[in-house]
Design a binder for this molecule. Structure first.
Ligand code: SME
Length: 161
């Protein structure tokens, strides 16, 4: 297992393109979902310098519960349809929120969170959880994040969950 991540920071796309294969390598041969989730979150969080990065997992048809994360303490449970996470789950789509204050029903776990992206995690055709990333800057996430995080989350759904 690689002990150091080597990131191409020439652009955001290059950052993702260099990081994603290393994340897959990091998880290769380890069958603990929790261990792999923890390392995936750490790799994303620290190489990008996000404010908060973590998983929420469905416990039943209506509730998400907090999973492995990095950043300040966060809300432990989110109902389906509530907040950005609950809406991404209900609508089965990635939500990019440039300014959380403009998102009706946004759940503010921290007043320092300014923008957010939430990506659903699919097992077969069902959403089983979400990846949630927060930034302390407005407008951090765009189509590049969406594209690469969708790819990562598809892989997570197939290999880690
Ligand atoms: N902002 C999220 C809640 C989770 S925290 O950001 C960690 C939401 O509106 O669903």
């Amino acid at each position: 297992m690689a002990e150091t991540l080597h990131i191409d920071d020439s652009s955001k796309a290059a950052h993702y393109s260099s990081l994603l294969p290393q994340i897959k390598a990091l998880c290769d041969g380890e069958n603990s979902s929790i261990a792999n989730q923890a390392n995936i979150i750490a790799a994303l969080h620290h190489t990008f310098g996000f404010f908060w990065t973590g998983f929420y997992w469905a416990t039943d048809e209506n509730n998400l519960v907090l999973g492995p994360f990095q950043g300040p303490i966060a809300c432990t449970r989110i109902e389906k349809g509530k907040g950005v996470c609950g809406k991404a789950w209900r609508d089965k789509k990635t939500l990019v929120v440039p300014n959380v204050e403009d998102f009706p029903g946004h759940i503010a776990c921290s007043a320092d969170s300014k923008s957010e992206i939430v990506v659903p995690l699919f097992k077969n055709k069902d959403v089983v959880g979400v990846l949630d990333i927060d930034s302390d800057t407005i407008g951090t996430f765009d189509e590049i994040d969406k594209k690469h995080l969708n790819t990562l989350c598809q892989w997570i759904g197939e290999h880690i969950v």
